[in-house]
Structure formats: C-alpha cells, structure tokens
Design a protein around this ligand. Structure first.
Ligand code: H79
Length: 474
C-alpha cells in the first residue's frame, strides 16, 4: 500500500522522474483526460480498424472497478482431492494434485449449480459499484461454460445442469447495464493438441506440442468467435496462460488482430502477448500485443504514467472456490485498495469464486455490499478520475478530475486540521462529498505548497471520508 519502490528495478527509475515532473506540474492538466497509453496497438490491424486505442479504452478508463469471476469444475472438489487438501489456488487443483484428465473430467457429472442465479450475481456486482464482469469462459482445465461446438467438455453436453451459463449472464448484464467480458485461457490441460499430454505436469514450460498450431487456429479461434458472436458485444477478452512454450510473440499479435476483427471496439489484455513480466503484469516493451497491463495480486508501488493497467486480486487466497480458505481481506482493506489503485490511475478487478451450488460465498457478498455502501455516497471520487497529482499524502490517498481533487482520508485528523501538502493551485472551495449541502469547510493556506482544511471532529465515514477540493487548474 505504501509508495515505496521495492524491487521494481528499472520501472522505478523510470517512474520517479516522471512522478517528480507530475508533481511539479501539479494540475496543469487542463483538458484533464488521462493521456492515452502507449499506442502499442495502433495500426496493427493494417488499417482495417478505424477505432483508435483511446476510443476503445474510453469506457474502461472511466469505469475503474470490475468483478472477476472464476467458476468451473474446480468448484466441485473445492480444494480437496481424495480426502486430502491440495495446496495452492483452487482452480489449479488439476495441476497441483497431478490429476489425470481421465479422473478430472468426470467432475462434470457432479457440476449441477442449481442455485445459480445470473440476476443475483449481476446485482451483487452492480450494487458494489462494479461496472464490468470478467468471467472464465474457459480456465486452464479446459472446461467451457457455454455450449461450444468445438468440444463436448462443456456445461451443456457434459453436466446435468445443461444451462447456458454465459448466455444467462449475458442477458442479465445487458438488462442491468454491466459490460460482460470473458477470461479465456490460452493454456489448456484438457486438449490433446495443447498441454494435456504433458501430464503429470501440465504447466511444464519446457514442453512443446507439435499440434499446438492446430489447437490455436481451429479450437481457440473458433471458440473466441463463438463467444463474441453468441454473447457479444463484449467489453474485454482477458487472456491468460500465455507462458506456455508454444505461444510466441507472433501468436500474440495475430490473436490480438483476430479479436479486433471479431469486434472492432473490443479491449484485449496484455496476456495475449508473451511479454509479461511475471506477476508484475506489465509488458516488457511495445513489441508485445495487448491494450493494458495486468498486475496480479499486487498494486504497483507508484502509478505508471501513460500506461493502462488493472490489478486483479482475490478477496481470500484463491480464485476458484476452496471450501476451507477463510483468509479474507477485511472490507476496509479492500476499499482502501480500490482507492489506492484509483489514486495511481489503475483499474481494480476484484475476484469472486462461486461454489459448486452456484453461490457467491457469503464473505465475498458482505464485502462487496460494504464497498457498495461507500460507493453509493462516494463513487464520484472513483469513476472517471485520474491518478493523484499530489504525490504521497500522510492521511490517505487522492484522486483527481478536471478542476477537482478528491481527498480520501483514511486516518481522520484528531486535531480537526487536515494538512494537504504539495498543493500550489488556488483552492476555491472545500466540502465533504457525503454532505448534500456541500457546506464550505474553512481553508487556510499556510505556505506556497500547503493548505490546511478545518474539518469536523468526527469522520463522516471512519474507513474513508472524502473531501472535495474545487481548484483552479492553473
Ligand atoms: O486465473 C487466475 C490464476 O489461475 C492465474 N491467473 C489468475 C488471474 C494464475 N495465477 N497464477 N498462476 C496462474 C500461476 C502461474 C505462475 C507461473 Fe509464471 C507460470 C509461474 C511461472 C509460469 C507467471 C507467469 C509468472 C511467470 C509466468
């Protein structure tokens, strides 16, 4: 959560000077739209697409907060195999437990999530203030949540449930105004032309499959076309598992172009290319395809000026449901993470792992409801904001819009004085975002770079009270 630069190496050396400049130019951001990220994708489609990257990314840069859903057969064993707990993330049980395809596949017969209610899931996301949902159409285990014609290993052909999960979600998302997006794994432990033959180590990155091209051209591309055509228009295609040996940089560009050919305004994450820097999630350079970086389970120590990124994170320690994982992050922590990410210019993709019955676990629902309560009052300080121009502030975080700063006060001052450092702009007015009357708070400039706001003795919200500053951008 701190802005220390721990171990981020060259990134830090690049970022700190940039941050300094940003701080010096505090809020000279007249037009104030976030600058478009590096245009690694411009013209990659040979002029077939008329949409600019900025045009495609516009909603995503505004919406900031999405729900990740990891759901598949792994919800059935829920972290246990043959009476033993299997360590690691739940959706990796097939690999971690070295389970052969022949033993994993029959889980499909037990997948009967009769309590699945798309309306409820979408409502939970929407009430939390989330604007998009990214669900696993296919994870590494290869099981598909829709009726794909490319395999019978799907919810319609292999399970007693026989309902089109993605279809029901697509319909609800449209109804409730949430953007639907799919996570689609490049790696596939079930497909004979992909990693299935690598058993007992499906994730062995030293191995090649001579038929991998056939898997990509016929199976992967065929499925993606089904997904876009049956359930689109989609928001994002979210790839993963790109580290398999057979996936090349060229595969990444080709797939990226293919996705845009299916839907010209679609967004594609950077894991479509094979240039990701581990869990830090950013691409090593512009040579790799993809629209935005994907730090996993971490928040970059500083913002990344000019780069679009989205932190994906679990609420406990697993993506796919594990019955005994109770290591939940607190609601306060999760809200602070959302704000921390926004203050650095990123998006937050927060995960839920529904059970085999089809329910989002209670602790997840409670946490999302708490975030939603805060968002109902304060979402203006998240949507459409940009990274903070202030640098580090001792009491919390800051987000910005043209002519406005949102001070997110995590630690409310006990002496009734909130000091705002690094602020040279003229401040016209300060008020509590929670105050419908917008009553003016007393402002005192104590130096060329410091303003002190006199605040009520008690915080409106003990977790995060937002103060709005109306400022002159010059
Ligand atoms: O879907 C969830 C996980 O199942 C998947 N991504 C999230 C969103 C995932 N997370 N962690 N892993 C998969 C573990 C993979 C780790 C590694 Fe690697 C693969 C280590 C070495 C190869 C990551 C990718 C680090 C280097 C390349």
């Amino acid at each position: 959560m701190t802005r220390r630069c721990n171990g981020a190496g060259s990134i830090c050396r690049r970022i700190y000077p940039a941050l300094m400049i940003a701080a010096i130019c505090v809020l000279l951001i007249a037009g104030c739209r976030r600058e478009g990220a590096k245009a690694s994708v411009f013209d990659s489609t040979g002029g077939k697409n008329t949409l600019s990257k900025d045009g495609r990314m516009d909603w995503w840069r505004n919406d900031r907060f999405g729900m990740f859903i990891h759901w598949g057969l792994y919800a059935v064993p829920a972290g246990e195999w043959k009476g033993e707990k299997v360590s690691g993330i739940g959706e990796w049980i097939m690999e971690k437990g070295q389970i052969p395809v022949s033993e994993y596949e029959p889980l499909a017969k037990q997948f009967n999530p009769v309590k699945f209610d798309a309306e409820q899931w979408v409502q939970i996301a929407k009430n939390a203030g989330m604007k998009y949902i990214v669900i696993t159409s296919k994870h590494h285990d290869g099981f598909c949540l829709w009726d794909t014609k490319y395999t019978d290993y799907d919810v319609i052909d292999a399970t007693p449930f026989k309902r089109d999960i993605l279809g029901e979600l697509a319909q609800e998302c449209r109804k409730q105004g949430i953007r639907l997006c799919f996570y689609h794994s490049i790696m596939d432990w079930h497909h004979p032309d992909a990693q299935a033959p690598f058993y007992p180590k499906y994730n062995d990155t030293s191995k090649s499959n001579p038929n991998f091209d056939r898997y990509v051209e016929y199976y992967l591309k065929g499925q993606l076309k089904e997904l876009v055509q049956n359930y689109g228009p989609l928001g994002i295609l979210w790839f993963d598992g790109e580290w398999v040996k057979d996936w090349t940089r060229e595969n990444g560009w080709d797939m990226f172009d293919y996705c845009l050919s299916l839907q010209p305004d679609i967004i594609v994450n950077n894991r479509v290319g094979n240039g990701r820097q581990g869990m830090r999630g950013l691409s090593k350079s512009d040579e790799f395809a993809g629209d935005y970086g994907t730090p996993e389970q971490e928040i970059p120590a500083t913002g990344l000026p000019g780069v679009d990124w989205e932190t994906c994170m679990t609420m406990n320690d697993t993506w796919g449901y594990k019955s005994y994982d109770n290591n939940w992050k607190s609601r306060e922590d999760l809200l602070h993470k959302l704000v921390d990410i926004a203050s650095k210019g990123g998006n937050f993709l927060l995960n839920v792992g529904p059970t085999a019955e089809g329910l989002i676990p209670g602790p997840s629902v409670e946490r999302l409801a708490a975030i939603g309560e805060w968002m109902k009052v304060n979402s203006e300080s998240i949507y459409g904001t940009m990274a903070s121009p202030l640098g580090e502030v001792p009491w919390g975080r800051c987000t910005a819009k043209p002519g406005k700063l949102y001070l997110h006060v995590f630690d409310w001052p006990t002496n009734g004085k909130l000091e705002v450092p690094g602020l040279k702009n003229k401040v016209k007015k300060a008020y509590l975002l929670a105050d419908e009357k917008r009553a003016k708070l007393l402002l005192t400039r104590t130096s060329a770079e410091k303003v002190v706001i006199t605040v009520p003795s008690k915080a409106a919200d003990p977790v995060n009270t937002v103060i709005v500053l109306e400022i002159n951008n010059k």
